[in-house]
Design a protein around this ligand. Structure first.
Ligand code: NDP
Ligand code: 2IT
Length: 445
């Protein structure tokens, strides 16, 4: 029995040395749920905390592939099957050179609670590789994806573990991996989500994470009798999540003034309207270019090597990667008038930044609540696959917006404190209860 949450974290750190992002994610959840756990002896008796931070299974494998010059390359592949208490493991695959065990464990751990919040039956998982798709030819990407799936296929299945995309994994990579799965297993099933529309994909899945993040932010604003209309919005990233977040902000009458990538930020004070956004979609998804090219094309400012957090805005939507907002970034945002932050990315704000938001009582939607729309529509894709049917764009979009509203309500139910809604606490407790209770029901497994 642990006397304090800090004692629990200290043991975890000793047991999992070097997994710093994982420690960070666990710290946030455990601090939020600590009192709730202490008040419910059945959780203590069943040792739920020690069990929930230990993945059910961790798979690490070699991924050899032949590059265009005929050289053999080797990457490392992973799949963390973290928790299956409420459904098959579900979560994305990330291909990025920074990928390591600690990062994928943090993502898998977050996914447990996020998936629980969606109310769809999905457990938590995550995987990926330190492979860098940037600068690789499509043939190289295909060869890598095929080799990766040659091993992964033995561990996954439509009722076991259903991967999807994340950083560096989009429609192209899902296609190559699906093709290889089908070839080896000789079965056409919904084993991956984010598939092409012609072969089992769901309408709105590409849009879902970005749209969902904006729906969640709109709910937070509505609760304060406010909306996106006329608001200045800073967005980071320029990939899948950032692009569709920007599109939805425009639709709701806000003005998006920034996008970024790992090289720098474009700042367009006139707003990235739909026409300019169309250019961004083509630049990033077809040309696979850098966001800097936007500033050449539209003569906007380019902040070389900088993040968008010094830009004056009302609302910030971090949609790039983990730990992209630190304490001083958070202080800058608030000093410049930002009063609403919704995380499209996973854990983009570090623990100190979150403390700054909560201390200043701004509207803050943490990733596991605000970006759950992506995996939620993945869940809807699984439903459509299992009934061999597909729903219309409007139907899926409506379901998505209802799910985001419902997540918002769960946060209010468990996160209301005096006159402030602590969405971090609300999301963590609401997400935890369903998983923990299911673990109790299923015995010591
Ligand atoms: P993409 O690969 O489509 O885009 C990633 C974007 O983030 C790119 O602009 C990339 O720039 C930037 N980026 C990546 N790593 C870094 C870094 N270390 N520093 C600065 N910028 C970086 O990924 P997604 O849009 O799918 O994912 C973005 C975030 O959203 C991630 O945190 C992901 O986990 C999260 N997420 C994604 C979901 C989805 O459905 N896709 C669902 C829920 C969350 P560059 O090209 O220079 O690398
Ligand atoms: O972080 C995430 O929720 C995702 N990358 C999406 C996972 C999914 O299974 O759709």
């Amino acid at each position: 029995m642990y006397k304090t949450s800090n004692e629990f974290i200290e043991k975890l750190v000793t047991k999992t040395p070097g997994e710093i992002e994982f420690h960070q994610a666990v710290k946030e959840v455990v601090h939020s749920i600590w009192d709730h756990v202490q008040e419910n002896p059945e959780y203590l008796h069943a040792n739920i905390l020690d069990r929930i931070v230990e993945p059910e299974r961790t798979i690490i494998f070699r991924v050899p592939w032949l590059d265009d010059n005929g050289n053999i390359q080797v990457n490392r592949g992973y799949r963390i099957e973290f928790n299956s208490a409420i459904g098959p493991y579900k979560g994305g695959l990330r291909f990025h050179p920074s990928v390591n065990l600690g990062i994928l464990k943090f993502l898998g751990f977050e996914q447990i609670f996020k998936n629980s919040l969606t109310t769809i039956s999905m457990g938590g998982g995550k995987g990926g590789s330190d492979f860098d798709p940037k600068g690789k030819s499509s043939e190289e990407v295909m060869k890598f994806c095929q080799s990766f799936m040659t091993e992964l296929q033995r561990h996954i299945g439509p009722y076991t573990d259903v991967p999807a995309g994340d950083i560096g994994v989009g429609a192209r990579e899902i296609g190559y991996m699906f093709g290889q799965y089908k070839k080896i297993r000789n079965e056409f099933t919904g084993v991956l989500t984010g598939k092409g529309l012609n072969w089992g994909g769901s309408l709105i899945r590409p849009e879902a994470t970005g749209y969902g993040t904006v729906y969640f932010a709109e709910e937070m604003l509505n609760k304060k009798n406010d909306s996106f209309k006329g608001k200045i919005v800073a967005i980071s990233g320029s990939g899948n999540v950032a692009q569709y977040a920007a599109e939805k902000v425009n639709q709701l009458g806000g003005k998006v003034v920034s996008l970024s990538d790992s090289s720098g930020t474009i700042f367009d004070k006139d707003g990235i309207n739909d026409e300019k956004l169309k250019y961004v979609f083509d630049l990033k998804n077809n040309q696979r270019g850098r966001i800097k090219e936007y500033s050449n094309k539209f003569k906007s400012e380019y902040l070389d090597g900088k993040k968008p957090w010094n830009i004056k805005c009302d609302i910030a939507l971090p949609c790039a990667t983990q730990n992209e907002i630190n304490k001083s970034d958070a202080e800058n945002l608030i000093k410049n008038g930002c009063f609403c932050i919704a995380e499209g990315a996973n854990m983009p704000s570090n623990n100190d930044a979150v403390d700054v938001y909560l201390k200043n009582k701004i509207l803050f939607g943490p990733g596991k609540a605000a970006n759950a729309g992506g995996v939620a529509v993945s869940g809807l894709e699984m439903s459509q696959n299992s009934i061999f049917s597909s729903w219309s764009r409007d139907e899926v979009d409506l379901k998505l917006s209802k799910i985001m509203k419902n997540i918002h309500s769960q946060c209010i139910e468990f996160g209301s404190e005096n006159n402030y809604i602590n969405y971090v606490k609300g999301a963590n407790i609401a997400g935890f209860i369903k998983v923990a209770d299911s673990m109790l029901d299923q015995g010591v497994v």
